[in-house]
Design a protein around this ligand. Structure first.
Ligand code: NAD
Length: 301
């Protein structure tokens, strides 16, 4: 069994670290939050006093942090040059492609193998060990990361060179954001045209309009399979995180001069829902309530 440093034990990292510990690995955990550390300890990890302490003698280092700046801070202050030379470094956070490439290059220059390995799947998939990992890095680094990722996920896919995991993630989520908005406006229009929405679902899910946002994650309560719509849009994938990913997608699109009008429209709409109208904590399918005009923005204290 391996010694694994796990840094960032929040909503996602908490479940992921617990799955590694449950598989018998020696998990050394660090987070800035005392609560997160207490929860990790209760689920089989050993607490480290700092990120630098966690990575000492670790064979693998896994990070699950909020954004690129946290990843840069942690890798440059506590991982590169501190972890053993043989350690495989695995960043599972969703961050910008440029920072991912930079950190992997800095790690490589110091003799480490590192991959970017962002995930698809939310908190429930992190708990269940059923995430999908999209991995960027050399074939050798991918093979070294794979056994650890397989414990935390149901699918581990080599996306390509360093940064390709992040690129695949934001391309996927740009498509998801745009298709969710399209699904929401379609159901609102169908209702206004007098269609029964379950009947429309039955037709469209077998016709050329079908997509994951409708068939698996229908934003209308009581229509299709059970989804966050049936729980007042609680749980699931927060609109604030969809907005984060759409912003990363737009930044990446600009960097390569890609024309993404639908992604841009989705970003504008999610910014309005998640920020201006206070819907950031709701599941991202809750944007239907902005589109049908039934959303009541929470009162600010
Ligand atoms: P979170 O905010 O719940 O957890 C992040 C953790 O990192 C926090 O506990 C925080 O204290 C810790 N942290 C921040 N800076 C640190 C530092 N310097 N050293 C140690 N710990 C530090 O976030 P999350 O929901 O777990 O998401 C983590 C990543 O996964 C993000 O990049 C997010 O975009 C991505 N993601 C989230 C979901 C989801 O559904 N929540 C789904 C897919 C991907």
């Amino acid at each position: 069994m391996a010694r694994i440093a796990f840094i960032g034990l929040g909503n996602m990292g908490g479940g992921m670290a617990a799955n590694l510990a449950q598989a018998g690995h020696d998990v050394r955990a660090f987070d800035l939050s005392e609560d997160a550390l207490l929860r990790a300890e209760a689920r089989g990890a050993a607490r480290a006093a700092s990120a630098a302490e966690a990575v000492q003698n670790a064979e693998a280092v896994v990070t699950m942090l909020p954004a690129g700046k946290h990843v840069r801070d942690v890798y440059e202050s506590s991982v590169i040059g501190t972890a053993s030379a043989g350690a495989i470094l695995i960043d599972c956070s969703t961050i910008d492609v440029a920072t991912a490439r930079e950190e992997i290059e800095k790690a490589r220059a110091s003799g480490y193998a590192m991959v970017d390995a962002p995930v698809s799947g939310g908190i429930a998939a992190a708990e269940a060990g059923s995430l999908t990992f999209m991995v960027g890095g050399t074939a050798e680094a991918f093979e070294r990361a794979r056994p650890f990722l397989e414990i935390m996920g149901k699918a581990v896919i080599h996306a390509g060179a360093p940064g390709a995991g992040q690129a695949a993630k934001i391309c996927n989520n740009m498509l998801l954001g745009a298709s969710m908005v399209a699904t929401c406006e379609t159901f609102v229009m169908a209702r206004k045209l007098g269609l029964d929405l379950q009947t429309f679902f039955d037709i469209s899910s077998k016709a050329s309009g079908q997509c994951w946002s409708m068939t698996t994650y229908c934003p209308v309560p009581g229509v299709g399979p059970e989804t966050p719509a049936d729980r007042d849009y609680e749980g699931g994938f927060a609109a604030a995180l969809m907005l984060k990913d759409l912003r990363l997608a737009m930044e990446a699109a600009q960097s390569v001069d890609a024309y993404t009008p639908m992604g841009g429209a989705a970003e504008t709409l999610y910014a309005r829902f998640a920020e201006a109208l206070g819907g950031g904590g709701k599941d991202f399918s809750g944007i239907i309530r902005m589109i049908d005009d039934s959303w009541v923005a929470p009162e600010t204290p």
